[in-house]
Design a protein around this ligand. Structure first.
Ligand code: PLP
Length: 477
């Protein structure tokens, strides 16, 4: 393909995406294809001879689009949002267009330097303590990773190396292998599946401690778990606190957990994957109180901050712990500028790096802080609007409402809420998923798409009402 064909293909693709967004509301939010549908529509082998981009685009429309779930439909209310904006899409396109691999400063200086500046912009927006920023005097800094899962795992590995080093330096009678075998990690039973997975990947048992009735992990619960494990000869090493849990968007108290961790020299990591975006609004920054006691902090601009997947922001107070844990040098990686800029390959799992900072820069510049704060506030007020419908109808029970997530249920036995979810899912007009709150079944209703308006929230509520009527009338028969 030459550059002229690329111009035509690229422009046709941009038009296709723009049309898709203009009409996304008219599409059923969920596809109706069955597992294996695509296999029957594609040839068994790759084509021997190249085909035209027009044929490829036609197949995108006819066989790929029917199998797409419309995450950005205003009727998508499942999980948490995944971010999307046109500036970020263009950022992705340009990053692919440059096609570099930022494995060191010289491998593409703009990659590293824009990332450093973006992580400082973002850290300042969140009002993170100075010591987490690259622009501070200290050894802290920010980096963009691919996902919150990666960040939780990387922080666990760094915590492990730090604990081993600290104990050996304090003349522990144990060998490195013996110390590693005794390390334990902790989080709450409300934490994301990726937190438990980080323990599995990092060979460190992850204790999921019981959260309180509001979904928060309490300091005394953590302290007790430390004491019990220490009595068994184990070594507490790593704690993941949640700011915005996946089930109900609950917030742990960082001061309580941080004080316990600091007393015991245990690494505290903060997972604010979804809710962290709200901290760009000063009125939500109180949730971060105590963050100065943490060793690392993470949130996903790719969830709620209009930056397309993948873009997960991680800050550490002391980057030395990452670099020491992951530093492997080779002659072909040598760069005479060493020490003048972060060598981000030592802060992550892979060697190669994408230019993720570009799309973040585009979004921050084109929306501006004001535009991003408006996005967050509008989405929270839409959730409040939905909450009012729930509260006003006495057949329903509000379980929790936090940020852009409302959890609710039909009063009575769990099977009623299960039935409601089943009927709503069968109607296929909106997409929601099940949750649990204090041992009861509930429905999680999240404001996800940046296109969702008040009329879409009204539409969703009418869906719940229609489904409820259906359940009531089928019971009466
Ligand atoms: N942490 C929380 C609180 C989440 O809600 C999620 C995903 O929804 C994750 C972590 C995992 O995020 P990622 O897909 O970036 O690994």
């Amino acid at each position: 393909m030459d550059s002229q064909q690329f111009r035509e293909f690229g422009k046709a693709a941009v038009d296709y995406i723009a049309d898709y967004f203009d009409n996304i509301k008219d599409r059923p939010v969920l596809p109706s294809v069955k597992p294996g549908y695509l296999e029957d529509l594609l040839p068994d082998e790759a084509p021997e001879h190249g085909e035209s981009w027009q044929d490829v685009m036609q197949d995108v429309d006819q066989i790929i689009m029917p199998g797409i779930t419309h995450w950005h439909s205003p009727n998508f209310h499942a999980y948490y949002p995944t971010a999307h904006s046109f500036p970020a899409v263009v950022g992705e396109m340009m990053s692919a267009g440059f096609g570099c691999i930022g494995l060191s400063w010289v491998a593409s200086p703009a990659y590293t330097e824009l990332e450093v500046v973006m992580m400082n912009w973002l850290g300042k927006l969140l009002n993170l303590p100075e010591e987490f920023l690259n622009c501070s005097e200290g050894v802290g800094g920010g980096v963009i990773q691919g996902s919150a899962s990666e960040v939780t795992f990387i922080a666990l590995l760094a915590a492990k190396e730090k604990m081993v080093k600290d104990l050996l330096e304090a003349n522990s009678p144990l060998t490195e292998g013996e110390i590693k075998a005794k390390l334990v990690a902790y989080s709450s039973d409300q934490s994301n599946s990726s937190v438990e997975k980080s323990g599995l990947l990092g060979s460190m048992p992850m204790s999921l401690l019981k959260a309180d009735k509001d979904g928060k992990l309490r300091g005394d619960t953590l302290q007790k778990a430390f004491q019990e494990d220490k009595a068994k000869g184990l070594i507490p090493c790593y704690v993941v606190a949640n700011l915005g849990t996946t089930p109900t968007c609950a917030f742990d108290d960082l001061t309580e957990l941080g004080e316990v961790c600091n007393k015991e020299n245990v690494w505290l990591h903060v997972d604010a994957a979804y809710a962290g975006t709200a901290f760009i609004c000063p009125e939500y920054q109180h949730y971060m109180k105590g963050v100065e006691l943490a060793e690392s902090f993470n949130f996903n601009p790719h969830k709620w901050m209009l930056v397309n997947f993948d873009c997960s922001a991680m800050w550490v107070k002391n980057a030395k712990y990452l670099v020491e844990a992951f530093n492997v040098e080779r002659i072909y990686l040598k760069d005479k500028h060493k020490g003048l800029a972060p060598e981000y390959r030592h802060w992550q799992i892979s060697l190669g790096r994408r230019f993720r900072a570009l799309k973040l820069w585009f979004v921050l510049r084109i929306y501006g802080v004001e535009g991003l704060r408006k996005h967050v506030r509008d989405q929270i007020s839409l959730a409040k609007y939905f909450e009012e419908f729930v509260v006003k109808d006495e057949r329903f029970e509000l379980c929790t409402s936090s940020m852009g997530l409302v959890c609710f249920r039909l009063k009575g036995d769990d099977h009623l809420t299960e039935k409601l979810l089943h009927v709503v899912s069968e109607r296929r007009n909106i997409f929601v998923i099940a949750g649990h709150f204090n041992g009861k079944e509930c429905i999680r209703f999240a404001i996800c798409s940046r296109l969702t308006q008040r009329e879409d929230v009204e539409y969703a509520w009418k869906e719940f009402l229609a489904a409820t009527e259906q359940i009531v009338s089928s019971k009466a028969k």
